[in-house]
Design a protein around this ligand. Structure first.
Ligand code: GLN
Length: 482
């Protein structure tokens, strides 16, 4: 077995028994990256790939992640390593500090890779086609997108170019690419994981989370990255449960809700069938299935694209060429002209579209009509979930209405692209946790993901249900042929 194909648990066992060393794991990953990443483009700046990494030598086998390499999305700050959000405007930016999640991973013994994973610029997108480093291809069929915005993280795990990866999820960016690539991805409860050092897209929606080969690895990483952080005032001071401990508990009698609004027009018939089979499987495992209503679902896309762009337009105002990243330089320009030229040349098309949309929604006279109204509907969407969770332990839905789509298919039609986020964005609006796990394949051999959602700070139930399903099905063991 090649080491790059294995999970944390198996690798840790081999390390403890001294069958392998930490450099062996890294070397097998680098070999794989060299072999396949030309086709996939899961990593950016691969030319900086170095066979020896300093953290190697400080690797401590006693630590829970001692010797395990972790791949990181290009919007999470890594001290001294380029972090550019796959945007020209941040070209050359090397953060002077680590994001809290990186600090925690390093303290747990993880090796942080210097090459980062590809993403849509500033996480704006659902296909990783909006990256200044080119599109990431789906390892199951390289003519298809890997999903987005954490497409590089999901594809790297699926193609065994990573053991585990971190992504960020503002409206589905961990779950949707995980679903398209046939791997596990979790968006934690808002406030569960520190956002300190995550380059902000929409601060009221963003969360960092793991993308992994199986549910156990996801639980292992979550236990390490979760918890209160004084540097993030929105992180919540609640004890972190021992997530891996709930794996293996049965799901008999667990009440699972299926929202009928998620199975109406727009869903691909093959996806629908695969999800229905997964629901049947959960029933066989002892869960009680109940149909429920989430009546405000139809407004989710509109609400999200007002709130997310409004917050993005404000967050992106800081990129002006003064302190870091790219600057359009020409000695004839005054300061205002320099700002304009820098932003004009530094941001890609989708980033500009979002800044314009968001600025419009926040401008005088429109603020009440759009932004405030969207906030009110956001509350209604959250209340829909509160209502369901009064009586149910979790909700299952498809992660995405379709399997991966072809590269180029939606890139010229932003509305079509935005609509494909219909099933993932509500969890961010409501602040609740949601996981995507592999649940089958289409006739064309593309993976389909099952989404499970739970009450805020109830990730344990997600792990419990996801693990029970995973252990009863073969999907997580399937590998793309590259
Ligand atoms: N696809 C969504 C968007 O483009 C979500 C992106 C994300 O979660 N970062 O906004």
């Amino acid at each position: 077995m090649e080491l790059n194909t294995l999970t944390i648990e198996v690798l840790r066992d081999k390390l403890k028994k001294k069958e392998i060393t930490a450099p062996d794991i890294l070397n097998s990953l680098y070999k794989r990256i060299k072999e396949v990443d030309k086709k996939i483009n899961a990593y950016v700046r691969v030319k900086d790939l170095k066979p020896g990494n300093d953290q190697f030598f400080t690797f401590n086998p006693q630590l829970p992640l001692g010797g395990i390499p972790v791949s990181v999305k290009d919007n999470i700050c890594t001290e001294g390593y380029n972090t550019e959000c796959c945007s020209k405007i941040l070209a050359g930016f090397k953060p002077p500090y680590d994001a809290t999640v990186i600090k925690k991973l390093k303290e747990a013994g993880a090796i942080i890779l210097e090459i980062k994973t590809n993403m849509d610029e500033f996480a704006f997108g659902s296909s990783t086609e909006n990256s200044c480093f080119g599109t990431t291809a789906n390892p199951w069929n390289i003519n298809y997108v890997a999903g987005g915005s954490s497409g590089g993280s999901a594809a790297s795990v699926a193609a065994d170019e990573a053991i585990v990866a971190l992504g960020s999820d503002t409206g589905g960016s961990i779950r949707q690419p995980a679903s398209f690539c046939g791997v596990v991805g979790l968006k934690p409860t808002y406030g569960r994981v520190s956002r300190y050092g995550l380059i902000a897209f929409a601060s009221s929606l963003d969360q960092i989370g793991p993308i992994t080969k199986d549910v156990r690895d996801c639980a292992i990483i979550m236990k390490i990255i979760s918890g209160y952080d004084p540097y993030d005032s929105t992180s919540v001071n609640l004890e972190v449960p021992d997530y891996p401990k709930v794996l293996g508990m049965d799901i008999k009698g667990i009440k699972i809700a299926v929202p009928k609004e998620y199975f109406v027009e727009g869903i691909d018939p093959e996806v629908k069938k695969i999800i229905q089979e997964a629901i049947e499987q959960l029933r066989e495992l002892g869960a009680q299935i109940k149909e429920v209503c989430l009546p405000h679902t139809e407004y989710a896309v509109a609400v999200y694209y007002i709130i997310a762009t409004a917050e993005a337009s404000s967050n992106l105002a800081r990129f002006d060429g003064v302190q870091y990243g790219f600057r359009f330089s020409n000695s004839e320009l005054n300061l205002i002209q320099m700002y304009k030229k820098t932003r004009g040349a530094g941001f890609g098309q989708e980033a500009k579209r979002r800044i314009i949309l968001g600025t419009f929604a926040l401008s005088y006279g429109y603020y009440e009509a759009y932004y405030l109204r969207a906030l009110k509907v956001r509350t209604l969407i959250k209340k829909d979930f509160d209502e369901v969770f009064k009586d149910c332990d979790c909700i299952v839905t498809p992660t995405s209405p379709t399997p991966a789509f072809k590269i180029g298919e939606k890139i010229d039609d932003p509305l079509k692209m935005y609509l494909s986020d219909i099933y993932t964005i509500s969890a961010n609006l409501a602040g609740i946790p949601a996981i995507s796990i592999p649940c089958g394949f289409t006739k064309d051999g593309l993976p389909v993901g099952l989404q499970i959602l739970a009450k805020a700070f109830n990730e344990e139930i997600l792990f419990r249900v996801a693990y029970a399903y995973e252990q009863a099905t073969p999907w997580h063991k399937m590998k793309p042929r590259l």
